[in-house]
Structures are given as structure tokens and as C-alpha cells.
Design a binder for this molecule. Structure first.
Ligand SMILES: Cc1ncc(COP(=O)(O)O)c(C=O)c1O
Length: 410
């Protein structure tokens, strides 16, 4: 069956919960064992003394019924064996990186990354002796091979290994795509197979890009965005083969960071409509961009449905199933013109984040990316004339009318 069908019932048996059609929210910190021997067996699994991991439910820092149903259903969307849910997208990304990196190791990552992901690598992992080297999202095979060769030299010098290749595609907020298949080919040729390729798929997943089919090993999400989809929760996840999830699960068991039962329940509700919401948002974005493209006050668009670069178009054609609904709008002028536009919006809300039912607009250079040094912002294409827009599921004519009147105010 298709994911949209499975979202209605997969992983849940009403007979185990008094016939309740929907899973109840299990608010409990601990679970009663059937016997002392069963309790011992559980802990042998959790501590790694017995192969096969935990069986059943033990304690709510490790797992819970709502979270387990959610993880089963999240794995379906990405065609993964297993998935782990977290209290935020950043918890998912940070715990995953900690699971794979030791002192002396090197992370190779694409740029730009979401600012907090970049900060975690450059400032926090650095405190534990982990180094990094980055490459531009649109890098060619030759450029990427060169970066991997440098990363191997750095790792040898530091007495460590190249521990992970971490991608974000499309990059935030420029929408530059990474060639995942090329990255996989270079990893296979130049690095051991136990160096995973992880990718943040928040902007296009789970509908419009399926990175595990193109060579990624681990896919990461801020579920706060399209998957949650209503701007009313914060959560994250990773998915992939069980062997990649295992070390991350061990650290989550120790540190915590699992999504709480209420949030997991809300995500189950969101997953029932994720396909409908994303399809509608994608259709709306195509109509809005068609209007914006022709407007005299618009300098350009960073929208995946209107790529102007042949290499980027080739990556899009191989990797993407849709152009998404989050894009960059470049206005003629700079910060002043962008602020006038943003302040005049009536339907679209002025807020950071993306992927919700409502349309949001923000100014990355003065908001989400203010902490990025000016020179690096210019290098990444985050100019003062850039407004980031995430289109929601409103009526498209109302959205176009709103952007039209806001552009009049510029
Ligand atoms: C691409 C991307 N990855 C990760 C995150 C972090 O997610 P969260 O806010 O759920 O921690 C964000 C948040 O904006 C994001 O845009």
C-alpha cells in the first residue's frame, strides 16, 4: 500500500486500546513488566548485552507507544528500515552527529547549512576536537573530490577519520541543490563504507525528494516544518537502515531528547494530511511564482520550478519530484524595499520557519542569518534584497492579490 493509505492505521491496533480508533496519548513515565525475567531481558537489550535491542516498552526516555507508531510511519515515507523521533530538528541533527564523531574526526559538509547546524559543527563539536571542511552545494565532482582529499589529510593529521558527510539540499535560504548521487560515488571511491552520508531533507521531504534512493544513508528532518505542517509544534527525526540508527538510538537512550507523547500524537494527525497539504502548497507556489516572475519590481526568484542553471536543473531532474513551496524572492533594491514589502503583507504572516498551512515571509539577512558574517552571506548569495517565502495552502488568488498590493508599497 501507498504511504498515504498507511498513515491511517499502520503500526496501531485499536483492539489493544479498548477499540479506540485513534491511538490514545500514553502519558506515563514507565511501563510495568510482566515478570522480573522480562525486566532483565529488556535491560539486556537496551544496554547492548543482548543483540536485538529493546523489546517492548521500558521507560519513556527510551520509547513509548505514540513515538513508536510515529517512527514506523515516518520510516514509510522515506522507504527506510527504521526511524527515530526527537524533541526538535536540531536535537535530531546534534545527537546524530555526536553518535558518529569522536575527537580528531572530520565532518565534510555542504554549504549553506541551516545556521544552527553550521554553528553546532563549527562551535560545539569543535570543543570536543572535531574539525570540519565545507563545499558549496552546487560543487562539481572534481571540486568535491578535492575537498574529500583535504578532509582525509586533516583527519590523518588529527589522528582521526572522516566521520560523516553531511548535506543540506536544497540549502537554506538559497535553494541550491547538492548532487547526492555524485557524493555517494565519491564516498564509495575514496572513503570507507562506514562513513555515512546524512542529509537534511526538511525543505523537500518527505514528498518531493527521497534521498535514500539516491545514495544517502541517513535522512534528517525538522518535523516542525512540512511534516508537522501547522506551525504548532517543534520536533525532528532521522531515518535509514537499522545499522545507521543503532548508535544514535544508544545516545538518545542515554541523553533523552525523544519527542514527547503529545507531540508524537499531533504528528500522527499531521501525517494523515501531509501529502494533501504539500501538494496544495506546491501548486500554490507555482502559481504565485508565475505571477512574481513577471512583476517589474522583482529582480529574480530562487524557486526550484524556475532553475536557470543547467547543472542545477540536471540535479533537480534526477533527484526531485516537485519544486516545493519555499523560495527566495529578490526585489529590486535592498533592505528598505524588502521591509516595505514585508510590512505591507496582509494575508502572508511576517515570521521565520516554513512548511506550515499559512504563508510566511521573512528577511534572512537581518533575521535567521544575521549571525552569519557579511562576507560569508554575500558568498552564499544571501543578499539584503532577498525575502524568503514559504507558501501555504490558502486560496492562490488571495495570495497573489496580497503580494500584488505589497509590491505596490515598495
Ligand atoms: C533546514 C532546517 N533544518 C533544521 C532546522 C531545525 O529544526 P528545529 O527548529 O525543529 O530544531 C531548521 C529550522 O528552521 C531548518 O530550516
Amino acid at each position: 500500500m501507498k504511504p498515504s493509505t498507511l498513515m491511517m492505521g499502520h503500526g496501531y491496533d485499536p483492539a489493544l486500546s479498548e477499540g479506540s480508533l485513534k491511538a490514545p496519548i500514553f502519558l506515563t513515565s514507565t511501563f510495568a513488566f510482566e515478570s522480573a525475567a522480562a525486566g532483565k531481558r529488556h535491560f539486556e537489550g537496551i544496554t547492548g548485552l543482548r543483540e536485538g535491542g529493546a523489546e517492548g516498552l521500558v521507560y519513556s526516555r527510551f520509547n513509548g507507544p505514540n513515538q513508536e507508531i510515529l517512527e514506523d510511519r515516518l520510516a514509510i515515507w522515506d522507504g527506510a528500515e527504521d526511524s527515530l523521533c526527537f524533541s526538535s530538528g536540531m536535537t535530531a541533527i546534534c545527537v546524530m552527529m555526536m553518535a558518529y564523531c569522536s575527537a580528531g574526526d572530520v565532518i565534510v559538509h555542504s554549504g549553506p547549512l541551516y545556521a544552527a547546524s553550521e554553528g553546532f559543527v563549527a562551535k560545539i563539536l569543535a570543543k570536543f576536537g572535531v574539525k570540519y571542511i565545507d563545499f558549496p552545494a552546487g560543487a562539481t565532482r572534481e571540486q568535491f573530490e578535492d575537498v574529500v582529499a583535504k578532509a582525509k589529510d586533516m583527519a590523518t593529521e588529527n589522528g582521526g577519520k572522516v566521520a560523516m558527510i553531511y548535506l543540506e539540499s536544497p540549502g537554506n535560504p538559497t535553494n541550491a541543490l547538492v548532487d547526492i548521487e555524485m557524493v555517494r560515488d565519491v564516498r564509495d571511491a575514496a572513503l570507507p563504507a562506514d562513513c555515512p552520508i546524512a542529509i537534511d531533507n526538511t525543505f523537500l521531504g518527505p514528498l518531493w525528494q527521497r534521498p535514500l534512493e539516491h545514495g544517502a544513508d541517513i535522512v534528517c528532518y525538522s518535523l516542525t516544518k512540512y511534516v508537522g505542517g501547522h506551525s504548532d509544534l517543534v520536533a525532528g527525526s532521522i531515518a535509514g537502515d537499522e545499522k545507521w540508527m543503532k548508535p544514535v538510538r544508544m545516545i538518545r537512550n542515554t541523553m533523552g531528547g525523544i519527542a514527547d507523547p503529545n507531540t508524537a500524537w499531533m504528528l500522527l494527525r499531521s501525517l494523515e494530511t501531509v501529502e494533501l497539504r504539500m501538494q496544495r502548497a506546491g501548486e500554490n507556489a507555482a502559481k504565485v511564482c508565475e505571477f512574481l516572475k513577471k512583476h517589474p519590481k522583482v529582480d529574480g526568484l530562487g524557486y526550484l520550478g524556475m532553475i536557470e542553471d543547467d547543472r542545477q536543473q540536471d540535479i533537480y531532474d534526477r533527484h526531485c519530484l516537485g519544486a516545493g513551496s519555499t523560495f527566495s524572492l529578490f526585489l529590486k533594491g535592498g533592505e528598505e524595499e524588502c521591509f516595505r514589502f514585508l510590512d505591507a503583507l496582509k494575508v502572508a504572516k511576517l515570521a521565520v520557519s516554513l512548511g506550515g498551512t499559512e504563508t510566511l515571509a521573512s528577511h534572512p539577512a537581518s533575521m535567521t542569518h544575521l549571525s552569519v558574517p557579511h562576507a560569508r552571506r554575500q558568498q552564499l548569495g544571501i543578499s539584503d534584497a532577498l525575502v524568503r517565502i514559504s507558501i501555504g495552502i490558502e486560496d492562490p488568488e488571495d495570495l497573489i492579490a496580497d503580494f500584488d498590493q505589497a509590491l505596490d508599497a515598495v
